[in-house]
Write a protein that binds this ligand. Structure first.
Ligand code: ASP
Ligand code: MG
Length: 451
């Protein structure tokens, strides 16, 4: 019996009839038993989010109509269109009830309802995928509701999966897959132990797929997207960026965290912990190959790739009380943790600390990264300076800071632009620095030219 694989298709791969058919063709060519995990059709989750923010009924209705239209268009090339219509109509009807009472996203007790609303994108797209798969192959494809597989806590909007419980819930599915069943499930959504619908944060389908791969003891996770793998840098910045054949888990994790949009940063953790290889390829052009992420790649170049993350905030906290004092860092991080603020980079001097925060955050609730109440708490013992509109550039590779010296190369490429912060030493796999958003592209071009 061949080991199980998980194949995840992103929103652009699910965008329309033609692209869904291409995904089905990809799956049909797989030899291993494969669980399919899908994102919502491109643009649908954004519209659902907009519905949850919108206060006018006409606007909500317009967005709802557009969603229905995307799904109907996507269904239109099915040989037997009717087979999926009653499923879609049922889901649209349920969605419409929520649309008419769209929750106010800012009220925390409404986050549960919002997750229910957001779940419809994947619930509809999984029906579309199963319909195309069933109708263009000899066997029927079923939809498994991810809410009966993926168990999470009840942190609505950014829920954390419970891998042990998910594993228990996946026992039957594993059996079915091994017996040749064709199964499609939804990315992004799960269910709390109480049975409420949850979501894993924007872009969370990769994460879902990785959790399900771990729960099924899968051998490989295939992420099918709209690029043929991971590149040396963003090809929109450098037209000569090259796809990477292989990359290590550690390097890929740094790349995902520091801006490469190909993979959801959290998605690699379950794969790393369970030794599951990850392949990233283009769902439309699978023949172009892709990138394999694995524990030990054949080569370990000192510089593998460059990533950029826009919209960074630099928060500098300065306090003379810190001079020779203990516990200052603990106090600062305690405040940040209480406000659920995730910090990326940190540098310190004797009396001040500079840290970077991601302005977009990963929370589906879209809360500010700098809540006023938190700033007030900080100002009680320190001076706080905020700089926005910065870009983080990450140089990703191996044994950085241990062999050779990449610093002159980085400084030369950045010169004469001021570097607002620089971090190296915590990881052998990255060197990161901050510059203004406007200057970042040019610096990446200069760095990439020597790669
Ligand atoms: N549909 C969800 C989103 O757009 C999840 C995903 O695509 O991964 O955020
Ligand atoms: Mg997506």
């Amino acid at each position: 019996m061949l080991p199980i694989h998980v194949a995840k298709f992103g929103g652009t791969s699910m965008a329309n009839a033609e692209s869904i058919q291409a995904c089905v063709d990809v799956v049909e060519r797989q030899e291993n038993p494969t669980l399919v995990v899908v994102s919502a059709c491109a643009g649908v989750t954004n519209r659902l989010v907009a519905i949850s923010h919108s206060h006018t009924q006409t606007e909500r209705q317009r967005l709802f109509d557009e969603i229905v239209d995307i799904h109907c268009q996507a269904a239109s090339a099915l040989p037997k269109e009717n087979a999926v219509h009653h499923h879609l109509a049922q889901l649209h009807q349920l969605l419409h009830i929520l649309v008419q009472q769209a929750p106010d996203a800012l009220e925390s007790h409404q986050r549960q309802k919002r997750d229910e609303l957001l779940s419809f994108g994947e619930r509809c797209s999984s029906r579309l995928f199963a319909a195309y798969w069933s109708q263009t192959s000899a066997t029927n494809a079923e939809v498994a509701d991810a809410r009966s597989l993926l168990v999470t806590n009840n942190n609505f909007g950014n829920a954390s999966p419970n891998i042990d419980k998910t594993r228990e819930h996946c026992a039957d599915l594993r059996e079915q897959l091994n017996q040749g069943a064709r199964v499609v499930t939804q990315g992004f959504i799960g269910s709390s132990e109480e049975g409420n619908t949850t979501t894993l944060g924007r872009g969370g389908s990769d994460y879902s797929a990785a959790i399900l791969a771990a729960a099924l003891d899968a051998e490989q996770l295939n992420i099918w997207t709209d690029v043929a793998g991971i590149y040396t840098t963003d090809p929109r910045i450098c037209s000569d960026a090259r796809p990477l054949e292989q990359i290590s888990f550690a390097e890929a994790a740094e790349l995902a965290t520091f801006g490469a949009k190909v993979l959801h940063p959290k998605s690699l953790k379950p794969a790393i912990e369970n030794g599951i290889k990850v392949f990233v390829g283009h769902s439309r052009y699978p023949e172009k190959g892709g990138t394999l992420i694995l524990p030990e790649p054949d080569e370990r170049p000192s510089i593998r790739a460059l990533a950029r993350r826009k919209n960074q905030t630099l928060l500098t906290v300065n306090s003379v009380d810190m001079l020779h004092a203990t516990g200052f860092l603990a106090c600062l991080f305690d405040i940040l943790a209480r406000y659920d603020i995730s910090v990326d980079l940190v540098t310190t001097s004797e009396v001040s600390i500079a840290l970077t925060l991601d302005e977009e955050g990963s929370q589906a609730n879209g809360l500010s990264v700098l809540p006023e109440a938190m700033l007030e708490e900080l100002r009680e013992f320190a001076t706080v300076t905020i700089e926005q509109g910065l870009s983080l550039i990450a140089v990703i590779g191996n044994d950085i800071g241990h062999f050779g010296d990449i610093s002159p190369w980085v400084l030369e490429a950045a010169s004469p632009v001021p570097i607002r912060l620089i971090c190296q030493g915590a990881s052998r796999h990255n060197l990161c620095f901050l510059v203004t958003d406007e200057q970042a592209e040019n610096i990446i071009k200069k760095l990439h030219a020597k790669l």
